[in-house]
Design a protein around this ligand. Structure first.
Ligand SMILES: [Zn+2]
Length: 241
């Protein structure tokens, strides 16, 4: 299994992230802890364990966008061996930051990813047309995808993969899941958020199995096969052996 979008670097796990990581390693579950600002990006690196397939991604989430982000520092920490991607970065209609500033911050992430030859972990909430307009062809994943099938197809044409998580239990994404080729899908939990069972329950990386079952059911295939295919796609994208 591979949880391509996890936040064991967040406060919700500050008491027991070590145990959760141990559990993941015990289950041979590969994991990327994704940063949402400089602090949580650094934390993701700090708790990484690349030998045991616990990786990091560094970036500034659109909800944390502000003036004066230290891109030099971001670029510097992105050079760590544990870092397999830049993000999460992107556009969010719920952000207090103006659209132009969000775009500017996003373009700075593109530059860093380009310079270090890293794929992108993209976050986009209800701004897919804006993102598609400024996103060049490249490598990466649109995590927690909730757009339309035609938008998903346009991302795929640009070279990107589509990430699904527990939000598929809340929103009806059946036709999107049906329409996205299985080799363009990544699975993730976005834990501690978006537990498949809903509510305030803390989500965890093991739930990638629940998400796989639901996606597999829609794709009319075995969950184990889907876990295998999506793991292979993730290892290829993030250049993990
Ligand atoms: Zn996230």
């Amino acid at each position: 299994m591979f949880d391509t979008h996890s936040h064991l670097n967040f406060k919700a796990f500050s008491d027991d992230y070590k145990q959760v990581i141990e559990e993941c390693i015990g289950k041979n579950l590969y994991l990327i802890n994704v940063g949402a600002d400089l602090d949580t990006s650094q934390k993701a690196i700090e708790i990484s364990d690349p030998e045991n397939k616990i990786f990091a991604s560094v970036g500034v989430h659109p909800l944390h966008v502000r003036e004066g982000i230290d891109y030099q520092k971001l670029s510097l920490i992105a050079e760590d061996d544990s870092v397999v991607a830049v993000g999460e970065a992107g556009l969010d209609s719920y952000s207090k930051a103006k659209k132009n500033l969000q775009k500017d911050v996003f373009l700075n992430h593109l530059e860093i990813a380009d310079k270090l030859n890293l794929p992108l972990i993209l976050h986009c909430r209800k701004m897919h047309e804006d993102l598609l307009e400024i996103l060049p062809e490249g490598r990466g994943v649109i995590h927690c995808f909730t757009g339309t099938l035609s938008q998903a197809k346009r991302y795929i044409e640009k070279g990107y993969l589509i990430g699904f998580n527990g939000i598929i239990f809340k929103l009806n994404l059946k036709n999107v899941i049906e329409g996205v080729p299985v080799d363009k899908i990544l699975l993730e939990t976005d834990c501690p958020f978006l537990h498949p069972a809903g509510g305030d329950r803390r989500n965890d990386p093991m739930e990638v199995e629940t998400i796989s079952k639901k996606v597999a059911e829609i794709k009319n295939m075995e969950s184990d096969e889907l876990l295998q295919i999506t793991k292979k796609s993730a290892c290829k994208l993030f250049e993990i052996n």
